[in-house]
Write a protein that binds this ligand. Structure first.
Ligand SMILES: *Cc1c(COP(=O)(O)O)cnc(C)c1O
Length: 519
């Protein structure tokens, strides 16, 4: 395969049955796509502007002296370029997206319709509150659903993602501890924690210590009790945990943490497994973020911004951030400043009030499901994951005994001696037309593969997915390593140097001549 000066292949992989390339370089409707700079030229333009004579410059000598070198293209060329690129994306609207821990569920179209209503979509956060009463009411109603579902008395709506919610929770915990006279030094995170947990604690100035997992993939309660002491500010625990298992000792964990004067932060990213079934407030949780973009179906990843409201216990509620929405006799109001009602708040995390578009989508999802429907969300999510676990565990290997919650965890023992790694297996899935599951996470099992189907997939879709994975697992064990080690064969590009791309990203385009001159 020959490469251009940017290290990108210029020759397509063989396209037809005889192994010959097509004349165009395309593979059927899978079109080759160069960079827009490679497509464009300085001699073309999509607009006609008259040569306006500039008589006076206001740039104070900072005028550009060299050509700007933006690619010149016609309008259809630009539209086609970005449309072709968009078709290379895998998306939840194209197929099952079984990334464990990410809860990639279908985003109902009704949510989109509601979010585009002018009263929600066309308003500005600096408008007078009297002119946006409907939007404030929506925030107030959503807050009510969140506190009711979780059994927690207060909620901060403004955090803009799960990790931002973690920061919000820990800042409230720190403020509560400081009010008691000592912020303490340590935050405990179980071995299986999501990477954002220790990162948040460190960002908040805490030292992070691991709590080991036991043989069943759960928190080792005795190890936790032994470590608790007057220097521990909080534990950050995910339930169900990132192995997809319920923590059966959760009440005992909460009691032990509270007895040591510490707080219990629950990472609520996996709330999809519990919504409507269990109230985290009843488990002794002090703070928990809820990923609206996971549990309540608002788009995420490239599809939209996240939203991570945080619910608080009685003990932490006074320290929650502003703003909050309250209701009194003459309507809905935003509390935006510290005042008598919010004296001990730790302050403000974002410029305005949170992700309004996501609030509308999440509340639409809740109201269209109703209380009974939300309970069924959790039941069906757990059922789908167990269907996958039960259908694959004779050909793949599950590290822990028994049923799972909303996601099914496998390790790489079934690949032992086959010459196929977890990464190869994932690349093989791309040839089957599936986005791979979450790989190498959680770290507590070797070569992890974590599959979360969500409740929104039909049995027919799950059966197709299972059929392909069974085929791949058998092929690996039967010695067909080639199927994997060169995969993906059917993607336009394969096995890019992902580490180098992350470590040394090339973010600006240089003409090939400029690159050669630099060498
Ligand atoms: C997704 C996730 C997070 C982080 O949420 P973001 O919205 O991506 O910041 C934290 N913990 C767990 C377990 C998650 O799955």
């Amino acid at each position: 395969m020959s490469m251009n000066t940017h290290g990108r292949p210029t020759q397509p992989v063989a396209a037809n049955a005889d192994g010959a390339a097509s004349f165009s370089g395309n593979r059927g409707l899978d079109l080759q796509e160069p960079l827009i700079f490679e497509l464009g030229s300085n001699t073309r333009t999509g607009v006609d502007l008259s040569d306006e004579k500039i008589t006076k410059s206001y740039l104070g000598g900072l005028e550009r002296t060299q050509p700007i070198n933006l690619p010149g293209l016609s309008e259809p060329e630009v539209v086609r370029h970005f449309t072709r690129l968009s078709r290379k994306n895998y998306a939840i609207d194209m197929g099952i997206f079984a990334l464990g821990s990410c809860t990639m569920k279908h985003n109902p179209r009704l949510n989109e319709k509601m979010a585009r209503l002018p009263g929600f979509g066309d308003i500005h956060p600096l408008q007078p509150q009297s002119s946006v009463q409907g939007a404030l009411q929506l925030m107030h109603t959503l807050a009510h659903w969140l506190t009711t579902l979780t059994g927690m008395p207060a909620v901060a709506m403004s955090p803009k993602a799960g990790a931002h919610g973690e920061l919000c929770g820990l800042m409230a915990i720190r403020a509560a501890l400081v009010a008691r006279g000592n912020a303490r030094q340590v935050v405990l995170c179980p071995e299986s924690a999501h990477g954002t947990n220790p990162a948040t604690a460190a960002f908040c100035g805490y030292r992070v210590e691991d709590i080991p997992a036991n043989a069943k993939g759960r928190v080792d309660l005795e190890a936790l009790k032994a470590r608790l002491g007057p220097d521990v500010a909080a534990i950050m625990l995910t339930n169900p945990n990132t192995c997809g298992m319920f923590e059966p000792d959760i009440k005992a964990i909460a009691d032990a943490v509270h007895a040591a004067g510490a707080f219990f932060y629950c990472d609520g990213a996996n709330y999809n497994a519990l919504v409507g079934k269990v109230r985290p407030g009843d488990l002794g949780v002090d703070a928990m973020h809820i990923n609206l973009h996971k549990t309540f179906s608002t788009p995420h990843g490239g599809g939209g911004p996240g939203s991570g409201p945080v619910v608080f216990s009685e003990a932490l509620a006074p320290f929650a951030p502003i703003p909050t929405v309250i209701k009194n006799a003459d309507g809905y109001h935003l509390i935006e400043e510290e005042n008598a009602e919010s004296q001990t708040t730790f302050g403000r995390m974002v410029a305005f009030h949170g992700q309004m578009g996501m609030f509308v989508r999440a509340l639409t999802y809740m109201m269209s499901h109703g209380a009974d429907g939300l309970m069924q969300v959790a039941e069906d999510a757990v059922l789908n994951a167990n269907y996958i676990l039960a259908s694959l565990k004779d050909v793949m290997t599950a590290p822990y005994e028994g049923p799972c919650m909303h996601e099914a965890l496998f390790d790489d023992s079934f690949l032992k001696g086959t010459g196929v790694t977890t990464l190869d297996f994932a690349k093989g899935m791309i040839d089957e037309g599936f986005h791979p599951m979450t790989m190498y996470f959680p770290l507590v099992v070797h070569g992890a593969m974590l599959i979360e189907p969500t409740e929104t997939e039909s049995k027919a879709t799950l059966d197709q997915f299972i059929h392909s994975l069974r085929g791949l697992a058998k092929a690996a064990v039967d010695g067909d390593a080639n199927r994997f080690t060169g995969a993906p064969y059917f993607a336009p590009l394969a096995r890019l140097d992902e580490t180098r791309a992350a470590r040394q990203p090339i973010l600006s385009y240089k003409e090939p001549e400029m690159l050669q001159a630099a060498e």
